[in-house]
Design a binder for this molecule. Structure first.
Ligand code: HEM
Length: 477
């Protein structure tokens, strides 16, 4: 398929290619610079890895959606990730028969219609969150993470399924930390010298392999134990509703393969949904202190449409256009996964006159696409109004959730839960800038981390019930 040129990009050096151009962190910012220098599609070579960076939404749709099967794979990735077993998980599985099975099962349970079955859980999660925020406003970031995390565990396995000594959240977060470590490029000798993985782990200097084996066992336990517990409760007829219970009900006869499909997709709900949703909701608090007029308008809409005697629910969604626009703007302003997850080309292809080689890593700079000045006026200010009225700016569709065969399967759940969490909080609290002893507002520089999920550092805000009626609503039940 050659005959067309590779996309333009910074000049590579012999052997190492563009390794020295690789940004140390927050890569999306450098990639955006490259858009201005080289255009919307850029090619770089990292050692022997071909990397294509797409910086424009229209082009990303053209490449990743129109040729969704060609770009459905993930890059082979780090040896350590594979040794620990993460390539069995949904997000890092190669796109073959197994990944198709994963997606089919997830699609059945996370479709817009199926998602409605979790509305009640989301509403009760929103209420628990109100109580947590009332009692521990200074810890709001941690409380958000915990409350939303617990809700995902309940959604996946059911209420009170896990014994006290099996702290799912702690174990999962620990496994995610080890995943990040294992995924750090060239952090382990085996990334340079793959045959090291065949040397026995008792050999001197092989601690990394003993680590890999221990981490593999931990991950397997995290994936298997809760599943087995639900299965046992199902057999006794005592399991409550959950993702796993529903899968077991509908899967028919169980084989090792179908069980593995249920287990790994179940694990992907917390892995994919926890940091992302919690980070978006944390950013919502930042927005509230930085853009007080947005908070006032949102509260005005809720008071007018829902009233003050009760909390908003999913049923109110269609009559709350400003809140809907706010959620849309929240996912644009600080998209939480700025580069999505890297896709990989399964075959050579010429797209838009450029050659994209088989095996190339394909990165979509979602951050740049959502801040494109040609589409969004004043892209760094937070304006829900941009999505409202006759002069509305274009709707970005599913862009924050990625592309093609790999698009986020949890997007409807994420969207619905963010709606009900933000609406419930807006109905109940005023969120404000903290003040110092002299009563002056404290300005804070909030930095977002680098990584697959870009997480805000700590910041503070005041969280106070809006009125005695609001307080009564929080305290009810
Ligand atoms: C604000 C919330 C969320 C955002 C912004 C988000 C974003 C994304 C993005 C950009 C991808 C990569 C898509 C691609 O490769 O093109 C992804 C994948 C994924 N997400 Fe989400 N996500 C969110 C919430 C969730 C939730 C709530 C769940 C599950 C309950 C979830 C589960 C997953 C899974 C399993 C994958 C891997 C899909 C695959 O590789 O086939 N995500 N997400």
């Amino acid at each position: 398929a050659r005959g067309a040129p590779l996309p333009p990009g910074p000049k590579p050096l012999p052997i190492i290619g563009n390794l020295r151009d690789k940004p140390a962190s927050h890569e999306w910012l450098t990639y955006s610079e490259w858009k201005r220098q080289y255009g919307p599609i850029v090619y770089v070579r990292m050692l022997h890895e071909d990397v294509i960076i797409i910086n424009e939404h229209k082009l990303a749709l053209e490449i990743l959606e129109k040729n969704s099967t060609v770009y459905a794979d993930r890059p082979p990735g780090q040896t350590m990730i594979d040794m620990i077993g993460w390539t069995n998980g949904v997000a890092f599985s190669p796109h073959g028969d197994r990944h198709r099975q994963y997606r089919k099962l997830l699609a059945g349970r996370l479709s817009p219609t199926a998602t409605k079955q979790s509305f009640e859980l989301q509403q009760s999660t929103a209420k628990s969150l109100l109580r947590e925020l009332l009692d521990h406003p200074e810890d709001f970031q941690e409380r958000i993470r915990d409350t939303l995390g617990n809700s995902l565990v309940t959604l996946t396995f059911g209420e009170n399924i896990l014994p006290r000594d099996f702290n799912y959240i702690e174990r999962a977060d620990d496994a995610h930390g080890k995943f990040s470590l294992a995924g750090t490029p060239y952090a382990f000798a085996v990334d340079f010298v793959p045959f090291l993985k065949y040397i026995p782990s008792w050999f001197p200097g092989m601690k990394w392999k003993r680590d890999a084996e221990a981490w593999r066992a931990e991950l397997l336990e995290l994936v298997r134990v809760p599943y087995e517990l639900v299965k046992a409760k199902m057999a006794q007829g005592t399991a409550g509703p959950s993702y796993v219970a529903k899968c077991l009900e509908t899967m028919g006869e169980l084989t090792a393969k179908t069980e593995s499909t249920i287990m790994w997709t179940a694990a992907s709900l917390y892995t994919g949904g926890s940091d992302t949703t919690a980070t978006s909701l944390t950013t919502f608090f930042l927005v509230m202190i930085l853009f007080p007029d947005v908070q006032a308008k949102a509260q005005e809409e809720i008071d007018r449409v829902v009233g003050t005697d009760r909390l908003p629910t999913h049923d109110d969604r269609a009559s709350l256009p400003y809140i809907n626009a706010l959620v849309k703007e929240l996912l644009r302003w600080r998209q939480v996964t700025p580069l999505g997850i890297t896709h990989c080309a399964r075959e050579d292809k010429i797209v838009e006159g450029y050659f994209i080689p088989k095996g190339a890593s394909v990165i979509a700079n979602i951050w740049e696409m959502l801040h494109d000045e040609n589409i969004y006026k004043d892209p760094f200010s937070f304006k829900p109004e941009r999505f409202l009225g006759p002069d509305a700016e274009p709707d970005y569709g599913n862009l924050p959730f990625g592309f093609g065969r790999r698009i986020c399967p949890g997007m409807h759940l994420a969207d619905a839960s963010l709606f009900v969490y933000t609406a419930t909080i807006l109905a109940s609290f005023n969120i404000g800038k903290p003040k110092d002893k002299e009563g002056n507002f404290i300005e804070q520089d909030v930095e977002y981390s680098t990584g697959i999920v870009s997480v805000p550092g700590p910041f503070s805000c005041t969280i106070k019930p809006r009125s005695p009626t609001a307080l009564a609503n929080i305290m009810r039940d």
